[in-house]
Each structure stands twice: as structure tokens, then as C-alpha cells.
Design a protein around this ligand. Structure first.
Ligand code: FAD
Length: 1075
């Protein structure tokens, strides 16, 4: 199978299917290492799979062990000589004093960690002073010895260590060392360079004691003869040699390294970062290459001297080599060996694009020659100049100042703009890729690729495959695109924030430039310990000086003088989708044994997490059906005005009092019938209704049976399946009102009034709200997080809740106190050691038994002495925190409401970090009010749905049931009951809609009276309607064959669960008395 995404050719089926997959596989094994780069500070440059080094005819070496003082950093004796000269202390005093006393002297005791720095300096000072009969300020010597200017690793040694590790050998430090006054040991080295560090003061043993060498070898897991040891002291070397370790005496670093090179058989100086000896399978015929190079370079300069060929550690897709001949330093990039499809690994394309771009002024390495003659080294190849410089492998740019980081990101953004501004025609690149529909083709390609490698269903991939084609960007520019534009594909100037070269052009083509920007921002959404790219999502990037992804996009748009990309979440979703598809391919190959590494298997898991991340962006981007909705402009008219100036409500002969027109309904109009909703919302209403009728009603009986079965505490698989379907159809997260989510970042952004009509539909089935991610208590908790959560809290809890991946509960009510008065809540949230400790006893906590419940929104007292309404706080408690004990599920008329249930729970010394508090201490009431804003009437909306369904069931039943010679429907009492129910429902609906409308046009506060009224009215109205239906059903109304029994018990529970009737009545009465 062959796909051609926008010009680059991708192959499948030959084990060489694509450069990206190879790249990712490589990334899984180790950080990406393009050619021509210098190591970022502190990055381990370990080649994990290189074979051990074998000197000609000898045993292979597996490790190099370094002494510290005198080998890696200056020796105490050289520091002492300099200090003595400066301080007029007789030469040799310090060293004489150091060795005096032998094993029992202060120096050796200090080295074994038996003395503190203060104790040693006192004893050592006395010793020196006695020796020269005059005071010696040894403190100043010690400060110099341990100072930053002196105690610095020799750069040649750093280079050598990098090279040794690149060749796959282990490294260790074995040092006679001491503690500093701070209590830490003196180790002015980057520990990451070493596999093992052995320090005498920590072990209580010093060199030349053989035990400390054995300890080091054991930790390295090598035999003595497999290691080389470098030290400046002969007696330390002697002891090592006696154990069979190869030794090198270090007089000066340069000559010691020369000797080490002979042992190891490769060069350690003037190394090219990230190169290693050429792997056996990747060797190129040297004679033929040399002849070719001499011929090619001969005309430019005298060419003599040996040819040095090293391989860049990456480049499994297109192997890449560092070539040195005389004073020329080049990079050679070739196709891999073996049979390839003609258009695969197109080094010719790379050569062409780099040449054209360099001519157009884009910084790329200068390409010198393309050799398409396979007879020279076996495959076509090209040559370019080696470009030295700095490559930053970590997106967080460790070791830089915030201003430098900002400059690096700005330079990266600028160079990307420069690339995207290239005049394709003038650069002769018009035929470098297809024109138009780039993203569409990419989505198709990666979907096919994914399907071809699918191993099991990944729900987020399924949703994305439906969502992406429906949300493609309308207008797409076509420019040169890099295809894999990342920080670590750039070579920077070593001293300033300037990009010297952009590398890795394998995926370049013509396409939508915003794909490059999105791909460039992926690190922003990955954690710093992510195996592919060390990301930024868990770091405070603003403090680091790094722009956020949104700022980075804006910076790009500003530079390019284009309008800010509104749909950049789409591009992020696409970028992560593409990575997920690639990883799935790598995973499939690992299963077929084509790729051996365990890391490849890890890619299977990563594919799923990348697709979830992609879906998070899709959710943020929203659904086109919502985007087609007219932006609700909420009127700010006061209730009084609304009441006195009646909106144009036109009877239409049905129960609708508003016109059903194609145009959006007039603003500020109370729409009492779905037919009068704006066209897109009406469409949503119809689709929701169809979905419930087609997919939900038919499985209700199964779901009720599941709730009575042994498996009841696990989610019903049918619900999970329908959730995926609802998500992909955009029937998801409809509840978040536009006032909470004005940019429709998280949901449909409907008005409360619009949602009331949809919510009523969902109320017709007890199972429907969850299927559309619109069920309590998650809805209230999500709204709470949108309104009050920090970005971190949103990332951790809101996004998975919005995606339906987790569930949540709200814990307020307590058995000991009358909880209808929330000021009574007694649970404590105590501040302790930078966190909070929670203790309390809660009950009726809905949803807490659900195995997917991962978050408990907890209400408790942070300050019992504060004013009454400032004592309570809201804390986000992860459900896996130790100390949470669910004692039992509580039942409502015998119904346990599984799998969420209603739990009685103990919180015993539950510890959570401080940043889990919402908004701040004492703000619990404020939050609870906000949480219960729109959410306050959702139950009422659903109760209208219960009632409508009930009445429909009743009508059906009484038409078909005959008693005493005629259908029940002909009995006068039945007719009266139907009439009463219709009137009850319509009255209550009007009140619900009025409350929702007032919330929209006048705000929640102005709607308080209507909210309280409907809460008082709706449950009792529903109970009456359901009770009449149950009566008409006869005994069948009480069992589990219809939803009536459950409707009845939940309507009854809602006379308490949403606050007792009496409390609402008292609110209404008080407000009425004030009028
Ligand atoms: C099915 C169900 C699910 C629930 N889910 C949750 C949940 O997820 N999280 C949570 O924290 N809680 C939950 N609750 C608890 C619910 O919020 C409380 O039951 C409710 O707030 C009442 O508190 P209480 O039970 O302590 O009654 P109390 O406060 O003890 O009140 C008892 C009775 O006193 C009377 N009364 C109270 N105040 C007044 C007044 N001002 N005037 C006149 N009479 C009054 C009323 O008749 C009231 O019913 C749930 C309850 C049910 C039944």
C-alpha cells in the first residue's frame, strides 16, 4: 500500500514505511539527535544499543572509571601550589600536611566522612601551623579548592565522556572525596554524565582500599578486565591494577586521553557531537567514497590526509554520516541499504528543497552535491556542509535565563515565518507538492494508515476520524511546510538567539503552514518526563520566559500579518492525531516482531494517550454544529421591563406560543416550544430526540436489568458505546451555558432557555443524561471548574470530565447535622505542612461508588471562627487519596442507583496538596452558589421530561387495556387524570422556561424567585403525574418493566436532594413578602 501525503511518499508493507515512524521509534529509544549538533548542557548522550568497544585482538571494554581531583578537575596539589605562592606559605606545606598522619591523619579521616569540614579545617590548620611554625589560613585554601572558578570539569574530559557514552560504554567516578560545610559532598560534576558515582566519604572507605574498587565495578556490572581506570596517584592505580583493572596514570588530561584512545580504539578529542563509529550494517565503501570526494573536492582545495567517517547516532531512515577529509568537514546523507520502492527515502527531494530554500534565504545547511549514481557507495546520496552550533533538545531550555528562552522561542517563530513566506513560484518549487486540500489529504492519509495498523479500538481515534473531516479549515494557504518543525530540528548560534540551520527535511512538501505551527507547539502539551519529547505541560512556562502555545500562535499570525488563527485547536487536534496514528503503526510493527525494542511496545500505550490529547483539543475546538449556532446575545433588560413589555408571543394553534420561523428567534423572547428555536438549535433538538428514540429507549430494559445484576457496580457497556456515538455526533456537553463558557471553549454554549428544551428531552430517559455527558453531579462540578478552576485544575480534572473519561462527586451532606442548612457542615479542612488534611463524615454522596469516579469536590470548614458564610471552603480531593473509606451504598426505596450510587463515606486524615483548594479559603459558599447556578434548574427541566414520558406511556396503556367492557381511556376518571396531567406539565414547563429565560436575560440573582418556585413545584408536579400513570397501569406500574417506578422514586428523592421543598417554599414566601 502506498500513500502520498502532500508530496512525501510513504511506504507500507516493506518494513521501511515511513521516515516519521522511524523517527518516532528512535525518539522512543533516546532523545532525537539530528546531525550537526552540539549537546545541550547536561543531556545524557548515551547510545544505548552500540556494541561494547573491542580493541584489536583484546577483550571488549565496557566501562571507563575516572578519579575526580587531578583527572576531571584540577588536583588539590596544583591548587595548593598556586595558593601557597599567593599567600606566602612555604611551597609544599599543604601536600606535606595532607599526607602526614597516613590513614589516621585528618585528611584521610575527612575523606572517609569521619570528620566534618569544620573539624577537619581546625585539625588541619593546627597541623600546618605546627609544621611551619606560623599560622596558616587553611580556610582560604579550602574555599579556593572548592570554588566555582577552580572546581570545574576540564572541557576535553567532558567531550571524551560524551564520546565514550555515545559508543555505548559506561562511565563512573571513583573519588576520594569529602563533605562540604553544607553537609553535601563535594562533587562539582554533572552526575548525568556517569552511570555510577562512588565517593569515599559516603562509603566510609578510601582508595587504595580494594573494596571501594570492587564496589564500583559491581555497581557498573562489569568485570575488572572490562574496565579502564584513570587516576593521578600511583598508589591508587596500583591497587586497581592488582584487581585486574586496566590503568592509566594521568599527568595531564591530553596525554591521558591519547592513551585511553589506544585502549578504546576510537578518537576522544575534537569529537563531533552525537556521532559514533559506523555501525556494521551501515558501513559505506571507504575507498570508493574517498576517490569520489577527492575528485569532487580536489578542484576546491588540496585534499590530503586520512578520511574520517563517523555516523550520526540517529538516521535510521536516511543514514547520515560526518565526513572529514583534510580540512573539509561534510555531512553525507544517503538512502538506506536494501530494496526500496522508487520514491521512498527521497534524498533527492531533500537536496532539492534545501538548495531552493538556501537560495531563497532560509537558513539551511549548504548542500554541495547530489550523487544519484548508486555504484559509488551503493545508494544515491548528497553532501552538505557541516554546520556547527547549539541544539536545544529540551523545550524548557534548561540552563538559560527567562529572557534567553524568550529570545530562542522568538527566533524559532521568526524562522518558521521566514520559511512560510518563501515565494514558491520564484523558488521553483511549484511542483514540490500538490496544491490545496493539504489538511484533508493528510487526515485521509493518516486515517488510512491508522486503519491499516489498528490492533484494537481506540475510542478517541474513532471520534477523531469522524470529527476531523467535519471540521477541516475552510481557507488553507499553501506554502512550503517542513512537516516536523521542532526546536531540536534547529541549529542555533552558540552565543545568540539566531537560527543557523533548519534540519530534517524528509517530510517537507507544499501544504497548510499552520500544521507546522501546531506541530511546533506539541511540546507545550506534553509533560517534562514524556518519553518522546520532554514537554512543558507541568512547568510554569510563564516564569521560565517561554510563550504559551496560544501566544506562540498569535506571535506567528502577527509576524505573518494574518488574522489570529481561531481554529488552532483544530490544528493541535490534527497534530496529535497524526502522532497517534504513527505510534499505532510502530506498535503494530513491534507486535509483528519487525521492530524489536520494548520501547516500540510502549508506543501502543502512547498512541492511545496521544489520541486522548487530540480529542481534548477537538473538544476545546468544539463542534461545527455549535459553531453554526447564532451567538446568543443576552439581553440585560431588568425583569420589571420584561414583565411590563410582553415579548411577541404568538399562539400558533399548538402548545407553542412563539413563532416557528427559519430565522433565529427574536432576542429576549421566551421560546416555549422547540419549533420556535433557532434553526441550528432546532436541528440539535431533532437529532437528540431521534437519538434517544432510536438508541436509548430500546436498551432501557437491559440497563434496568444491569442495575439489578451482580455486575451493577460496573458501568453498563451499552452506555459506554452510546457515549462514543453521541460524542462523534456532537451531542455532547450541551449543558454548559453560554454565560459560563462565552467562547464555547468547552461545550455547546447554549442559553439556559435553549438547553431547557434539550434537557427536557434527556429527562425522558433516566439513562440519557449520562450518554450525552449532561448528568449530575458531573455537570455542576464541570461548571465549577470552568468558572473557578485554575488552568492546572482544569487540565487535570475538567478536560477528562468533559471527555467523559472520568466521573466525579460532590460531598457536602453530613449525617450528624441538618445539611439543608449548609452553614452546619462540620467536616474540617486543616492546613498542615504546605497542604490540607481533610477529616469528616459525609453521606448521600451521589456517584462516589462509580469505579470511574476520580474526583471528589469536597466542602468543609477551613476556619470555624470566621463569619458564618466564610468558614467553608471547596477542595478537590482525588479519589485515590489514602484515607477515603466508602462505608456503604444508601438506597432510595430499595434502589441503589448503581454504578454511581449514593455513598456514606469517611474521610480520615486525607492529605491533599495546597493547590487543590478552589478559589481560596472561606469561599465555599460563593462557589456553591455558582455551582448551583444554571445547574439548579436542570433537575426541574428533566422532571418535565419524566412527566411527558409518563403521560405518553399512560395514554398508550389506557388505549389498549380493556376493563369492564371498554378501554380504560373511556373511563371518566382516566380522562380526568390525563387532563390534569397535561395541565400540570404545561404549567410547570412554563415556569421552568420562564426561570431559564430570566437567568439568561436578567441573571441568576434576578431569577432567584422563579428558580425557587420551580424547584418547589416541579418534583411534586412530577410525582402527581407519575402517580396517576402508575394507578392507570395497575400493578404493572410498580415493577421494573417500565420506567415509572424509578421515575417515581427519583422524583420523590428530588423533593430532598435538590434542597428540601420547605427551604424553597420559605425562600419564595420571604421574597413575596418583600414585594
Ligand atoms: C437521592 C439523593 C441524592 C443526594 N446527593 C447528594 C450529593 O451528591 N451530595 C451531597 O452533598 N448531598 C446529597 N444529597 C443530600 C441532600 O442534599 C440533603 O438530603 C438535603 O440537603 C437535606 O439535608 P438533610 O438530609 O440533612 O435534611 P435536614 O437538613 O436534616 O432536614 C430535614 C427536614 O427538615 C425540614 N426543614 C429543613 N429546613 C427547613 C426550613 N427552613 N423550613 C421548614 N422545614 C425545614 C425539611 O422537611 C427537611 O426535609 C442527596 C440526597 C438524596 C435523597
Amino acid at each position: 500500500m502506498r500513500f502520498s501525503p502532500g508530496g512525501s511518499v510513504f511506504l507500507w508493507g516493506q518494513g521501511c514505511w515511513e521516515p516519521v515512524a522511524m523517527g518516532l521509534l528512535r525518539l522512543l529509544r533516546r532523545p532525537p539527535v539530528p546531525w550537526a549538533r552540539s549537546p545541550a548542557r547536561g543531556s545524557p548522550l548515551r547510545a544505548q544499543h552500540s556494541p561494547p568497544c573491542r580493541p584489536s585482538g583484546g577483550r571488549p571494554y565496557k566501562a571507563v572509571i575516572f578519579d575526580m581531583g587531578g583527572v576531571l578537575i584540577p588536583s588539590p596539589s596544583s591548587v595548593a601550589a598556586e595558593w601557597e605562592a599567593r599567600n606566602h606559605v612555604p611551597s609544599g606545606t599543604i601536600i606535606k600536611a595532607l599526607v602526614a598522619g597516613g590513614e589516621k591523619g585528618p585528611w584521610m579521616r575527612f575523606m572517609r566522612g569521619e570528620m566534618t569540614a569544620e573539624g577537619f579545617l581546625q585539625a588541619f590548620g593546627t597541623q600546618c601551623s605546627e609544621m611551619i611554625k606560623s599560622p596558616v589560613p587553611v580556610g582560604s585554601f579550602f574555599s579556593l579548592l572548592t570554588s566555582g572558578q577552580v572546581a570545574k570539569q576540564f572541557s576535553v574530559m567532558t567531550e571524551a565522556i560524551n564520546r565514550i557514552r555515545a559508543e555505548g560504554l559506561k562511565t563512573a567516578v571513583l573519588s576520594n572525596n569529602f563533605y562540604l560545610p553544607s553537609g553535601e559532598s563535594f562533587l562539582p560534576l554533572d552526575r548525568k554524565q556517569f552511570d555510577v558515582v562512588v565517593e569515599s566519604c559516603l562509603e566510609g572507605i578510601c582508595k587504595p582500599d580494594p573494596r571501594i574498587y570492587k564496589m564500583c565495578l559491581q555497581r557498573l556490572q562489569v568485570e575488572p578486565a572490562e574496565s579502564v581506570f584513570l587516576d593521578d596517584l600511583a598508589h591508587n592505580l596500583k591497587a586497581a591494577a592488582q584487581l585486574g583493572i586496566h590503568t592509566i596514570k594521568v599527568n595531564d588530561a591530553e596525554s591521558a586521553l591519547k592513551e585511553l584512545e589506544i585502549f578504546l580504539g576510537f578518537s576522544l578529542r575534537k569529537i563531533i557531537p552525537n556521532t559514533c563509529s559506523v555501525r556494521k550494517t551501515m558501513e559505506i565503501p571507504r575507498d570508493s567514497l574517498e576517490k569520489y570526494l577527492k575528485n569532487f573536492l580536489g578542484s576546491q582545495a588540496a585534499v590530503s590526509g586520512p578520511l574520517e567517517v563517523l555516523q550520526f547516532s540517529h538516521g535510521q531512515s536516511n543514514p547520515t554520516y560526518s565526513i572529514r577529509l583534510a580540512n573539509h568537514h561534510l555531512v553525507l546523507r544517503k538512502k538506506p541499504p536494501g530494496k526500496l520502492l522508487p520514491s521512498a527515502h527521497a534524498v533527492e527531494r531533500e537536496f532539492r528543497i534545501m538548495k531552493a530554500l538556501r537560495d531563497a534565504g532560509v537558513p539551511v545547511p549548504k548542500v554541495l552535491d547530489l550523487c544519484e549514481d548508486s555504484s559509488v557507495i551503493g545508494t544515491p546520496f548528497y553532501l552538505m556542509e557541516y554546520c556547527p552550533g547549539q541544539v536545544y533538545k529540551e523545550a524548557s531550555l534548561p540552563g538559560l535565563e527567562p529572557s534567553q528562552r524568550k529570545a530562542v522561542y522568538t527566533a524559532m517563530n521568526q524562522v518558521l515565518c521566514q520559511l512560510h513566506s518563501v515565494d514558491v513560484k520564484a523558488a521553483g518549487l511549484e511542483d514540490y507538492g500538490k496544491h490545496g486540500d493539504y489538511v484533508q489529504r493528510q487526515v485521509q492519509t493518516w486515517t488510512k494508515q491508522y486503519r491499516a495498523t489498528e490492533t484494537s479500538t481506540i475510542p478517541a481515534m474513532e471520534r477523531l476520524i469522524e470529527w476531523l473531516p467535519q471540521h477541516l479549515p475552510k481557507a488553507q494557504k499553501a506554502t512550503v511546510v517542513h512537516g516536523d518543525f521542532r526546536l531540536d530540528n534547529l541549529i542555533f548560534h552558540p552565543e545568540k538567539a539566531e537560527v543557523l540551520a533548519i534540519l530534517d527535511w524528509e517530510l517537507s512538501t507544499l501544504g497548510d503552514p499552520l500544521c507546522d505551527v501546531a506541530s511546533n507547539c506539541m511540546a507545550h502539551y506534553l509533560p517534562s518526563d514524556f518519553p518522546l519529547i520532554k514537554g512543558l505541560s507541568d512547568l510554569d512556562i510563564t516564569q521560565l520566559g517561554i510563550p504559551t502555545a496560544e501566544e506562540y500562535f498569535k506571535m506567528y499570525c502577527h509576524q505573518m500579518e494574518i488574522p489570529a488563527a481561531e481554529n488552532w485547536n483544530f490544528y493541535m487536534a490534527f497534530s496529535f492525531f497524526r502522532v497517534a496514528a504513527i505510534l499505532q503503526g510502530v506498535y503494530k510493527r513491534s507486535l509483528r516482531g519487525q521492530s524489536s525494542s520494548a520501547a516500540a511496545e510502549q508506543s501502543g500505550k502512547l498512541a492511545e494517550s496521544m489520541s486522548n490529547l487530540a480529542w481534548d483539543f477537538a473538544v476545546k475546538e468544539g463542534f461545527r454544529i455549535f459553531k453554526g449556532l447564532p451567538t446568543p446575545r443576552l439581553s440585560t433588560r431588568a425583569y420589571g421591563v420584561w414583565a411590563s413589555r410582553r415579548p411577541p408571543l404568538l399562539p400558533d394553534g399548538t402548545r407553542s406560543l412563539a413563532t416557528a420561523s427559519k430565522a433565529a428567534a427574536p432576542k429576549g423572547v421566551l421560546i416555549i416550544s422547540p419549533e420556535a428555536l433557532s434553526e441550528p438549535v432546532r436541528d440539535l433538538h431533532h437529532r437528540l430526540e431521534r437519538f434517544i428514540e432510536t438508541h436509548v429507549y430500546p436498551i432501557e430494559q437491559d440497563l434496568r436489568n444491569h442495575q439489578m445484576s451482580e455486575a451493577r457496580w460496573t458501568p453498563a457497556p451499552q452506555i459506554e458505546k452510546l457515549k462514543e456515538k453521541a460524542k462523534s455526533e456532537g451531542l455532547w456537553n450541551l449543558f454548559l451555558p453560554v454565560e459560563t463558557d462565552p467562547e464555547r471553549k468547552y461545550g455547546a454554549g447554549l442559553t439556559n432557555l435553549e438547553y431547557a428544551h434539550l434537557c427536557e428531552l434527556m429527562g425522558k430517559s433516566l439513562y440519557a443524561p449520562e450518554i450525552f455527558n449532561c448528568s449530575a453531579p458531573d455537570t455542576g462540578n464541570m461548571e465549577l471548574l470552568v468558572r473557578y478552576g485554575t488552568e492546572q485544575q482544569k487540565a487535570r480534572w475538567l478536560l477528562p470530565l468533559l471527555d467523559g473519561r472520568i466521573r466525579s462527586c460532590f460531598a457536602m451532606t453530613e449525617p450528624q447535622v441538618a445539611s439543608s442548612d449548609a452553614t452546619n457542615i462540620e467536616s474540617s479542612i486543616r492546613e498542615e505542612r504546605g497542604g490540607y488534611v481533610v477529616n469528616g463524615h459525609k453521606w448521600w454522596i451521589s456517584g462516589i461508588l462509580d469505579p470511574r469516579c476520580q474526583l471528589c469536590v469536597f466542602m468543609g470548614k477551613t476556619d470555624p471562627r470566621a463569619p458564618r458564610h466564610q468558614q467553608q471552603s471547596v477542595l478537590l480531593v482525588p479519589m485515590d487519596t489514602p484515607g477515603i473509606k466508602v462505608i456503604r451504598p444508601l438506597s432510595v426505596y430499595g434502589l441503589e442507583d448503581p454504578p454511581g450510587g449514593h455513598g456514606e463515606v469517611l474521610f480520615e486524615n486525607v492529605r491533599v496538596p495546597k493547590d487543590h483548594l478552589v478559589l481560596g479559603p472561606g469561599r465555599g459558599f460563593e462557589i456553591a452558589q455558582g455551582r448551583l447556578g444554571p445547574g439548579r434548574i436542570h433537575h426541574c427541566m428533566r422532571l418535565i421530561g419524566y412527566s411527558e414520558r409518563t403521560l405518553a406511556l399512560m395514554k398508550e396503556r389506557v388505549k389498549s387495556r380493556v376493563a369492564f367492557g371498554k378501554p380504560l381511556v373511556e373511563q371518566g376518571t382516566i380522562l380526568a387524570d390525563i387532563a390534569k396531567s397535561r395541565a400540570d406539565i404545561d404549567q410547570a414547563r412554563l415556569l421552568v422556561l420562564k426561570a431559564a429565560h430570566l437567568m439568561d436575560v436578567a441573571g441568576n440573582k434576578a431569577a432567584a424567585l422563579d428558580i425557587a418556585m420551580i424547584k418547589m413545584v416541579a418534583p411534586t408536579m412530577a410525582l402527581r403525574v407519575i402517580d396517576r400513570a402508575i394507578q392507570a397501569f395497575g400493578a404493572a406500574g410498580l415493577n421494573n418493566d417500565s420506567p415509572l417506578a424509578q421515575f417515581f422514586s427519583w422524583a420523590r428523592a428530588l423533593r430532598l436532594a435538590d434542597g428540601p421543598d420547605e427551604v424553597h417554599r420559605s425562600t419564595v414566601a420571604k421574597m413575596e413578602l418583600k414585594r
